[in-house]
Design a protein around this ligand. Structure first.
Ligand code: HEM
Length: 319
């Protein structure tokens, strides 16, 4: 239970870490601290004002996250031997994420490093959600839980494929968003819905093309989300948690498209741009959540179920 609570804390901390990371660029603070280390302008705790507040605040938050991850690794290694690989895996991931952040600064924001930094952060967050799921307390006796899970998966059928499709499309859209931001294409198109104010949709300029691809694929992402959510919802009558996620996903996707439009219309007002990033995180959380709960179940459950079924002479399905 302790490791479950702590995993939730680390996941929440990571969600906020990514959103705080999103403010760094919006505030134009990406290179406010020039050292690719934990120091900023020669100090661990410099005066937190201007760009330093955002850039170094992001680093300090990252240090806190690293510390929390070490505790999570220790808890899992000591208390959950079946999850040792995940414990060390997430520890390695947080180190890689920190290194990518440092490389972003060291090489003055190359597009592939800063995009990888964002996407890897999303993957790390998804892995933490998986740990949260795996460590959650059992709702009832394990065999019953496993049988109910199997019955639900059977009813879901191809719904799982729809979840995978929605996740794949969303991942591409996240990468496109990161590229728009990186190539400073945010205000390359200020017409709406056309790119230019004189009504052109497509121009020879790469930034404007990138911006329009992100807009267009944003609509595709929202539509795929809607169709996938309907397909999942229809097949999840006995699965309230999955149904809740299937309702949340299209609502967040619609808000996300609206925030994208307002990012342009308000000429990238800080709060709107950060909201657009937080919306992307929420949509990612919804689909990752759906992907995790429709997996094969708790790994620890499978072995325990076999043992318990044998001991109790368990037979037959459970409603
Ligand atoms: C489901 C749909 C969408 C998703 C998941 C999404 C996701 C993202 C992400 C992850 C970023 C990077 C933000 C950052 O790194 O700070 C971004 C940037 C951006 N998106 Fe979207 N987006 C979507 C739809 C749209 C739409 C429809 C528009 C415009 C009509 C739009 C306009 C923008 C703009 C202008 C930026 C740059 C923001 C900045 O520089 O701060 N997005 N998007």
């Amino acid at each position: 239970m302790l490791e479950h609570r702590h995993a939730k804390l680390v996941a929440l901390f990571t969600f906020l870490m990514l959103v705080i990371g999103g403010t760094v660029n919006v505030k134009g603070a990406s290179l406010a601290c020039t050292e690719p280390t934990l120091f900023c302008r020669g100090e661990l705790f410099p005066e937190m004002k201007g760009g330093v507040l955002y850039e170094h605040g992001h680093r300090l938050w990252g240090m806190g996250l690293g510390f929390l991850q070490i505790i999570l690794t220790a808890l899992l290694v000591i208390r959950r031997r079946d999850m040792r690989r995940l414990a060390w895996g997430t520890f390695a991931m947080v180190c890689v994420q920190g290194t990518l952040g440092a490389l972003t600064v060291a090489f003055k924001l190359p597009w592939y490093v800063s995009t990888a930094h964002l996407l890897f952060g999303m993957v790390y967050f998804a892995t933490l959600l998986w740990i949260v799921y795996l460590t959650r307390p059992a709702i009832g006796p394990l065999p019953e839980e496993q049988h109910r899970h199997r019955a639900r998966l059977e009813a879901l059928g191809s719904g799982r494929r729809w979840i995978e499709l929605a996740l794949g499309v969303l991942f591409v859209q996240l990468a496109l968003g990161a590229l728009v931001r990186h190539f400073e294409a945010t205000l390359a198109c200020i017409g709406m819905p056309e790119c230019t104010v004189d009504g052109r949709w497509w121009t020879p300029f790469i930034e404007q093309r990138l911006h329009m691809i992100h807009r267009g694929f944003g609509i595709v992402t929202a539509l795929v989300t809607l169709v996938a959510a309907v397909q999942v919802w229809r097949r999840a009558a006995s699965w309230p948690a999955l149904r809740a996620l299937a309702v949340a996903a299209p609502v967040v996707a619609a808000a996300q498209v609206a925030l994208g439009i307002f990012t342009v219309l308000t000429l990238r007002q800080d709060i709107v741009a950060v909201g657009h990033f937080a919306g992307a995180m929420l949509l990612w959380s919804a689909w990752i959540g759906a992907f995790i709960v429709t997996g094969s179940g708790r790994r620890s459950m499978v072995g325990a179920v076999a043992g318990e079924e044998k001991r109790r002479g368990f037979a037959g399905a459970v409603p």
